[in-house]
Design a protein around this ligand. Structure first.
Ligand code: NDP
Length: 375
C-alpha cells in the first residue's frame, strides 16, 4: 500500500475546519499567515476547570500539561477531597479550589483567565453565563447547551462581556480529520455526493446523568450523535437546509426511560449533497465516509481521542494517508490562547455550537412529527 504524506505546516495552514468555523463566525477574525503565527507566542493563560469528572480528569487535565500556552490554576467541584487530590497532582494552589456556591468569586482571582466548563449538559449555560459575568473567557464542552435559546444566550453573553466562547469540539483540532477535509476541498475525490456518519457506544449505568433528561437534554443524539452532525457539516463545508429523522427507545430497558436509544437523521445540503447519519447508545459505531463522484474518503475511527485513520480511494484501492498526529486536547486549549492573542483564527466558536443546536432541535422536531423540517 502506497502511503501519502502531508507536511504538517502546509496542512495546518490550509486547515479547512478552521476556515469553516471562521466563515460561520460573526467576529472579524485575523487569519494566520501560511508561514505561521503573525505575533510572538502569547504568555500562558490560567485555566479553571469546572466539574472534575471523567473527562476532566481523564483527558483535559492531562492534556493541559502538554500545552505550551495554558496552565491549570483553579478547580471548581462539589467534592473537596477529590479537588484537593487533583490540585496536588497538577500543582494547583489549594486556595484556588472553589465550589458551586462560591464559584462567582473567581471574578476576584486574576490568576484565572479562562474557565473550562465540564459539567452535565444542562448546567453548561448557567456556568458559562456566570463565568462571563466574572469577566473570564470560556471553553464549554459539547453539546454547548440543551436548547437553542440557551445557546443564543451564551453567545450573546460573550459579546456583552467582550470575552470569547469556544466549544469543546476537539475533532476541529485533529490532524487526520483536517487532512480529509483538505482532500475533499481539493477535489481529490471529485464533486462530493453523499456522506455517511455513524457514531455510537453501548451506555452502561442507568442512573448516570446522561440518561436523565433534566441533566442531559436528550439521549444519544445530544451526546454522541452530535459528532455525526458536526462531521457532516465539516466534511461537506455546507449548512443543511432540511432534516428528516427517527428516534427509538426501548421503554422496557431502564436506560432508555427518558432519552432516545437510537437516532438516525438525514441532512440535505444546498449543493445537493445528502448526509445519512446514525447515532446510538446501544451499538458501537464510529466511521465517516465521504463519497465523491470519482472516489471516497474514509475516517475510521471517525472520532477518537487519538488514532483517527484517514484513507482515500481515487477510484481504485483504498490508500492510508499518513498524517502527523496533533494532540487534540493541548491543541484546542493552545489554539484558543493563540486565537485570543490574534495569532490564529478562532475555531469551534460559540456560533458553531449554536448552529449545531439549531439542527439538533430540527432533528428532534422531525422525529416527533414524522415530517421533514427546514433548518
Ligand atoms: P462525568 O459525570 O464524569 O463528570 C461530570 C462532573 O460534573 C461530575 O464529576 C461533577 O464534578 C460535576 N457535576 C455537578 N453536578 C452534577 C450532577 N448533578 N450530576 C453529575 N455530575 C455533576 O461526565 P463527563 O466528564 O463524562 O462529561 C462532562 C461534560 O463533558 C459533558 O457535557 C460531556 O458531554 C462532555 N464530554 C466531552 C467529551 C469530548 O470528547 N469532548 C468526552 C466526554 C464528555 P464534581 O464532582 O467535581 O462536582
Amino acid at each position: 500500500m502506497r502511503e501519502l504524506t502531508v507536511s504538517r505546516r502546509k496542512f495546518l495552514a490550509a486547515s479547512a475546519i478552521g476556515l469553516g468555523a471562521a466563515a460561520l463566525s460573526n467576529f472579524n477574525l485575523r487569519e494566520a499567515s501560511a508561514d505561521g503565527p503573525t505575533a510572538p507566542p502569547p504568555k500562558p493563560l490560567g485555566f479553571a476547570f469546572v466539574g472534575i469528572g471523567g473527562f476532566a480528569m481523564g483527558q483535559l487535565l492531562p492534556g493541559i500539561t502538554r500545552a505550551k500556552y495554558c496552565k491549570p490554576v483553579a478547580l471548581v467541584s462539589g467534592h473537596p477531597d477529590k479537588a484537593r487530590a487533583q490540585a496536588r497532582r497538577y500543582n494547583i494552589d489549594p486556595k484556588n479550589i472553589y465550589n458551586y456556591d462560591n464559584y462567582d468569586s473567581i471574578k476576584d482571582n486574576p490568576d484565572i483567565d479562562v474557565v473550562y466548563i465540564v459539567l452535565p449538559n444542562s448546567m453548561h449555560a448557567e456556568y458559562t453565563l456566570r463565568a462571563f459575568q466574572a469577566g473570564k473567557h470560556v471553553i464549554c464542552e459539547k453539546p454547548m447547551a440543551v436548547s437553542v435559546k440557551e445557546a443564543q444566550q451564551m453567545v450573546d453573553a460573550a459579546k456583552t462581556a467582550g470575552k470569547r466562547l469556544q466549544i469543546g469540539y476537539r475533532m476541529h483540532f485533529d490532524s487526520p480529520t483536517q487532512a480529509c477535509i483538505n482532500a475533499i476541498r481539493n477535489g481529490d475525490i471529485g464533486p462530493l455526493q453523499i456522506i455517511e456518519a455513524e457514531t455510537g457506544f453501548r451506555i452502561g449505568d442507568p442512573s448516570q446523568w446522561r440518561l436523565n433528561r433534566k441533566l442531559s437534554g436528550g439521549g444519544c443524539l445530544m451526546d454522541i450523535g452530535i459528532y455525526s452532525l458536526s462531521a457532516a457539516r465539516y466534511l461537506s463545508g455546507e449548512e443543511p437546509t432540511e432534516v428528516f429523522a427517527h428516534t427509538y427507545g426501548d421503554a422496557s430497558d431502564p436506560r432508555f426511560k427518558e432519552v432516545e436509544q437510537n437516532c438516525d437523521f438525514q441532512l440535505k445540503f444546498p449543493s445537493g449533497v445528502l448526509a445519512s447519519c446514525l447515532s446510538s447508545y446501544n451499538a458501537n459505531l464510529n466511521r465517516y465516509v465521504a463519497h465523491g463522484r470519482n472516489g471516497r474518503c474514509i475516517l475510521e475511527p471517525g472520532q477518537a481521542y487519538n488514532g483517527v485513520k484517514f484513507q482515500i480511494s481515487k477510484g481504485r484501492s483504498l490508500q492510508a494517508v499518513d498524517v502527523p498526529p496533533l494532540d487534540q486536547f493541548s491543541g484546542e486549549m493552545d489554539g484558543f490562547v493563540q486565537a485570543l492573542a490574534g495569532n490564529s483564527p478562532f475555531k469551534a466558536t460559540g456560533e458553531e455550537g449554536l448552529q449545531d443546536m439549531r439542527i439538533i432541535e430540527a432533528i428532534y422536531e422531525s422525529a416527533r412529527t414524522g415530517a421533514s423540517v427546514k433548518v
